[in-house]
Design a protein around this ligand. Structure first.
Ligand SMILES: [Zn+2]
Ligand SMILES: [Zn+2]
Ligand SMILES: [Zn+2]
Length: 140
């Protein structure tokens, strides 16, 4: 997991999200995971900690956090959304299709190529996401 010097509470307020106890609870649980989790998995972990937070609340909270850019959404588990608390800078994800390891890749060389492709179609590129699927060193 990437180092996260920033307290979770500040992470929320910095993105314009009110740090309610439920949101902090979900985010704290997510911060314990180096890879990614589905809402269902996260809910299961909260229940093991005797949390009374319901599955619907976990779904709602995660989608709010994703919408506000606090967490990243990955979609490599056969259609189910997975969530990950990543670093703040521009990055991409390498995901293992077998064990679901996720690696955050900080360097990005795509800007020039993307501008080129976009402008050929009359677009201005403003954002992009890249998820590289593959097998990690342990699964190869
Ligand atoms: Zn990410
Ligand atoms: Zn793997
Ligand atoms: Zn990039």
């Amino acid at each position: 997991m990437s180092e996260r010097p920033q307290p979770l509470r500040e992470l929320l307020t910095g993105k314009g999200v009110r740090p309610t106890p439920r949101r902090l609870e979900v985010l704290e649980e997510l911060a314990r995971e180096g890879n990614d989790v589905t809402a269902q998995e996260l809910w299961g972990r909260l229940r093991e900690r005797d949390s009374g937070t319901g599955l619907a609340t976990v779904y709602r909270t995660l989608s709010l956090l994703a919408e506000k850019g606090v967490v990243d959404v990955l979609s490599h588990h056969g259609g189910e959304q997975c969530y990950r608390l990543c670093g703040d800078g521009h990055h991409h994800h390498l995901v293992c299709t077998r064990c679901h390891r996720v690696v955050e890749v900080g360097e990005c060389d795509l800007g020039g190529w993307l501008d080129d492709v976009a402008s050929r179609h009359g677009f201005v590129a403003t954002d992009h996401r890249v998820e590289i699927a593959g097998l990690c060193a342990d699964c190869r």
